[in-house]
Design a protein around this ligand. Structure first.
Ligand code: GLU
Length: 487
């Protein structure tokens, strides 16, 4: 690629920032960063006045920064080809719409929405393509005067050339060809003067000198409309790359039903940006070897649009959890604890200010449970273990285990030994279990299980000696007392 790479991410700020959008942004960003002169541009497509919001725009920008996808030009940072909000570019669109009108490549259309809807309905009934039949294509001056007198507000329609093959190159899908007769004349400027996406996007991409348009597959069907506008305005057509849909694990389109779908949700759940970026890169792109863990810098080196698949990518949450766990392994227990604190505060386990001594204990607890955590909010699954002495044994299997005849002696011996150890830490506590096994001549399971159940209310979990250490002598005895009041 010899020409300068200029790519853009052009979200419509109409709601939560979906992970699909983040993946498009990432692929663009990687393409730009691969080349020394590459530029990544952030343009906000805010022409949908009803659904666009500043809040959503802020959310997108925050998420991009959090993921490390900084932009070289665009909103907030400026640049040579601004403004970068579409609503600030209305004059520019107007100028190009006028040019098309003057050259006869577009025309005013006075059809009302009802008339258009009716025409579509009839065409559908006749099994014909629901494209505009060209009623206003060649209006006479009298007809125009009549419509104006009726107070009709016209849209501007693009006069799509007939009987042509519309072609473009797509880095993912190869050379694409469409029949222009399937497009029909389409609206480029609405009656209120606001351009439609297919028109504004062409003018912006052309004037911002975008070399590659990398975006979601759902825009593939818009591309022929955009290409005919490029030709009509004499603009150079960029190279496209339409990246595949993201499906849920059940292979249906990714939706809320599949769990969290926005970047913010993952951030709030305590996923790490490095892990999310790594995961998003693998949604559609395949590395050339078995390696799966990539930093952003590594991705810049190895990412290539040549290895972006045509077929849909499947969002596998287990894989994201696994990746996130790999990145969490690199974090200190202090950092993981800090990630967990907002969740603990939210659920009422902690107050915002954690006393130093409590903090040290919590960090030690984190050390003990950290291998069980895939993301920050999972700490909550273990919070009761640490905070809640009100152990309840309701499960039948647990009750059965505690009814075994050896249990009273196990507990008794455990209490005795706990009173006499040299240091109250996991290293000194761990040998106690073996000693009891030997002294009572029973299996390890018969020692561990009742102790784990009485102290934690669970049959499985993190290292028991470590849990006993962080709980401390008195809380351990209190819990045993609660679960086994007769002992
Ligand atoms: N604003 C469009 C969207 O958010 C951008 C599509 C494009 O990249 O051309 O879907």
């Amino acid at each position: 690629m010899s020409e300068q790479i200029r790519v853009r991410f052009a979200p419509s700020p109409t709601g939560p920032f979906h992970i699909g959008g983040a993946r498009s942004a990432l692929f663009n960003w990687l393409l730009a960063r691969k080349y020394p002169e590459g530029k990544f541009i952030l343009r906000i497509e805010d022409t949908d006045r009803v659904r666009s919001s500043k809040e959503s725009e802020e959310n997108i920008k925050e998420a991009l920064k959090w993921l490390g996808l900084t932009w070289d030009e665009g909103v907030d940072v400026g640049g040579e080809y601004g403004p970068y909000h579409q609503m600030e570019r209305l004059d520019i669109y107007k100028k190009y719409a006028q040019k098309l009108l003057d050259e006869g490549k577009a025309y005013y259309c006075y059809c009302t929405e009802e008339e258009i809807a009716k025409e579509r309905e009839t065409l559908m009934k006749e099994n014909k393509m629901p494209i505009y039949q060209g009623h206003c294509r060649n209006l006479t001056q009298e007809q125009i005067a009549k419509y104006k007198a009726e107070g009709r507000k016209p849209t501007i329609r693009f006069r799509t050339p007939e009987n042509q093959t519309v072609e473009f190159d797509d880095m993912v899908r190869g050379h694409m060809e469409f029949d222009s007769n399937g497009i029909g004349d389409f609206v480029i400027v609405k009656a209120d003067g606001i351009p439609v996406y297919n028109f504004a996007v062409v003018i912006d991409d052309a004037l911002m000198k975008i070399s590659h348009v990398v975006r979601a597959e759902e825009h593939l069907s818009n591309t022929p409309r955009q290409v005919v506008i490029y030709h009509a305005l004499g603009f150079k057509v960029p190279i496209f790359a339409h990246i595949s849909l993201i499906l849920g694990k059940d292979h249906s389109k990714m939706s809320k039903r599949h769990g969290a779908t926005s970047v913010e949700q993952y951030k709030n759940l305590g996923y790490l940006p490095e892990a999310l970026v790594n995961f998003l890169a693998l949604l559609g792109w395949s590395p050339q070897d078995e390696k799966e863990i990539f930093s952003l810098d590594e991705l810049i080196k190895v990412f290539s649009m040549d290895h972006v698949a045509k077929n849909p990518a499947v969002f596998d949450i287990d894989k994201l959890n696994w990746l996130n766990a790999q990145y969490m392994k690199k974090l200190s227990p202090e950092k993981i604890t800090m990630m967990a604190i907002p969740h603990l505060v939210e659920k009422g386990y902690l107050k915002t200010a954690v006393p130093t001594e409590e903090m040290a204990k919590l960090v030690r607890f984190t050390e003990i449970i950290r291998d069980h955590l895939s993301y920050g909010a999972q700490f909550l699954d273990f919070a009761d273990l640490y905070f809640n002495d009100n152990i309840l044994v309701t499960d039948d299997e647990m009750k059965k285990t505690l009814n075994d005849e050896t249990v009273p002696s196990v507990i008794e011996l455990f209490k005795q030994k706990l009173d006499t150890i040299d240091g109250f830490d996991a290293v000194h506590i761990q040998p106690i279990f073996k000693q009891i096994t030997k002294e009572l001549k029973i299996s390890g399971k018969k020692v561990y299980m009742p102790l784990r159940i009485t102290i934690t209310g669970q049959m499985h979990g993190p290292d028991l000696a470590g849990i006993i250490e962080v709980l401390g002598h008195d809380r351990v005895l209190k819990r045993i007392q609660k679960t086994m009041p007769t002992l």
